[in-house]
Design a binder for this molecule. Structure first.
Ligand SMILES: Nc1ncnc2c1ncn2[C@@H]1O[C@H](COP(=O)(O)OP(=O)(O)O)[C@@H](O)[C@H]1O
Ligand SMILES: [Mg+2]
Length: 307
């Protein structure tokens, strides 16, 4: 299975191009899932379909569509974490966890983690069902944070595992001094396999590492969409730099909404991008008269580099 992330500034055409790429791949016989991760979804508007958190087949074609409900994902993410806390630390059940839930819902980073959790789930659950998954992403800042998160989280978990190992070593020392455990006392685990916290940490590391592997892997493509104007150029440069720093694969950029009157700016913008990233392949997409309601059908073939 291959994945494509369509990224870029708001309004450059991420949803339009995600839809067109998804449609063309499906037309060529591939099984395709197009997922919107932008809280301001417009995949449904483009295909004239009522979409939800659950994938929906588009008119008996090979194409399925889905709009991820990030708020729902955030709740699922917090609930999953609370149940881990409850399971690992039994004494927490005496606190009112509902209060925590409501506070956590609005705490910084939850949106990004919710998106990451949803992303991980889609990658695992749909791997066998599709040849391609196209992700229509939110604007630059949030997307970069989501893409950076698996690596940062794995690094954090590694650190937590080290701290936990130190705790277990101390427990072991105490155990050696005090004997196995007293009849009244509770036995605290001192081996890694027996320690529930450690087992959870391993499980989390495996889960986040699998997303990182998928992002870095040869079957993933991050695409940047930009327009022939300097504001969009500046933001694309920041995005390209961010993706570059995260060492994620980028190959194709879409130069969207090209027209005659902007041809001079367009070549300036392309020159600047290529001077920094000479290996990028630029796919030009002309400005289209969108009086037709089916803008996902594009005359130009834009999927050659993904096949
Ligand atoms: N190639 C194109 N030609 C003409 N209009 C376009 C083209 N691509 C996108 N648009 C228009 O630009 C606007 C923003 O596109 P959209 O795909 O919603 O951007 P994003 O998802 O990046 O915010 C929409 O009105 C869309 O119809
Ligand atoms: Mg959009």
């Amino acid at each position: 299975m291959k994945t494509i992330f369509m990224t870029g500034k708001g309004g450059v055409g991420k949803s339009t191009l995600s839809s067109a790429v998804a449609w063309q791949l499906a037309e060529s016989g591939k099984r395709v899932l197009a997922v919107s991760f932008d809280p301001a979804h417009n995949l449904g508007d483009i295909f004239h379909e009522e979409l939800s958190h659950k994938k929906k087949r588009f008119k008996k074609t090979n194409l399925y569509l889905q709009e991820t409900n990030l708020e729902k994902s955030a709740e699922e993410y917090i609930e999953a974490n609370m149940s881990i806390l409850n399971e690992v630390y039994n004494y927490l059940s005496v606190f009112n966890m509902d209060d925590y839930f409501n506070i956590l819902k609005y705490s910084p980073g939850v949106e990004e983690y919710a998106a990451l959790t949803a992303l991980q789930r889609i990658l695992t659950e749909e791997e066998k069902n599709f040849d391609y998954i196209i992700f229509d992403t939110p604007p630059t800042g949030l997307t970069l944070r989501i893409l950076a998160l698996p690596r940062i989280t794995v690094a954090w978990i590694e650190r937590l595992i080290k701290i936990r190992q130190q705790i277990l070593e101390k427990r072991y020392t105490i155990h050696k001094i005090t004997g196995k455990y007293s009849e009244k006392g509770t036995k605290l685990a001192y081996t890694e396999d027996e320690d529930r916290v450690m087992v959870k940490l391993w499980e989390m590391r495996r889960r986040y590492q699998s997303v990182q592997d998928a992002l870095e892997g040869e079957h993933n493509r991050i695409c940047v969409v930009f327009n022939p104007d300097y504001l969009s150029l500046k933001e694309s440069e920041r995005l390209l730099q961010g993706i570059h720093e995260l060492k994620l694969p980028i190959e194709t950029v879409f130069h969207n909404k090209l027209n005659e009157t902007r041809s001079q700016v367009a070549s300036g913008v392309e020159r600047e991008i290529l001077s920094r990233y000479p290996n990028l392949k630029i796919e030009r997409v002309p400005e289209i008269d969108h009086t037709e309601p089916t803008c996902y059908v594009m005359d130009k073939n834009i999927i050659a580099s993904f096949l």
